[in-house]
Ligand binder design. Sequence first.
Ligand code: AMP
Length: 217
Amino acid sequence: MNIILLGPPGAGKGTQAQLMVARYHIPQISTGDILRESVRKETPLGMKAKSYMEKGQLVPDEVVIGIVEERLNDSDCHSGFILDGFPRTIPQAEALQKILQKMEKTLDHVLNIEVDPEELVRRLTGRRTCKLCGAMYHVIFSPPKDKDLCDRCGGPLYQREDDREETIRMRLKEYERQTAPLIQYYQTKGLLRSIDGIGTQSQIFDRIVQTIERRSF
Ligand code: AMP
């Protein structure tokens, strides 16, 4: 099953992707995670991406397209994948189509998680992530027992650089300008399914499962 998760930053794509991995046993490909890891390791890719990410801007298309093409050719993507945070521009979507054509694959679902902008700002400013295991928390919606430590592994929690309010507003602007047009793009192809992104994690996940399984069987 080949899936794209669309939606603005803070819509819950990462959280829902993790739940989908557990249910469908296909990998999550998060370009944001791959880029952050490269920045942390100070690789050439990370050096290129860092300044864009800090400003809340999109990394150039050719950089991310290369990452995704390489990752999709890994053997664990054989029976499917969940693209989280890619494509984010029309040229990325067109490049993805070519990559999939070469691999003789097609997309099954494009799930668009919908959440209004003020709710997104509230969510993103409270987001915390574990440095060691990647577990995600929220200071209001799913607080850890100790505000600085991960419940799961005891690792330190941190706030992503780009989750500060000013950067968030820039990321939302970028989303409207560059990524929102993908909704129309995939609607025209008959692949788009809208998911109401307001509710608990499990309510939203139930909506996703219903949408996917209604379409597959
Ligand atoms: P995310 O974790 O998906 O919110 O991504 C964090 C940041 O990584 C974004 O604000 C961009 O700077 C960069 N990024 C992630 N995915 C892409 C993409 N598909 N195209 C361009 N930049 C991206």
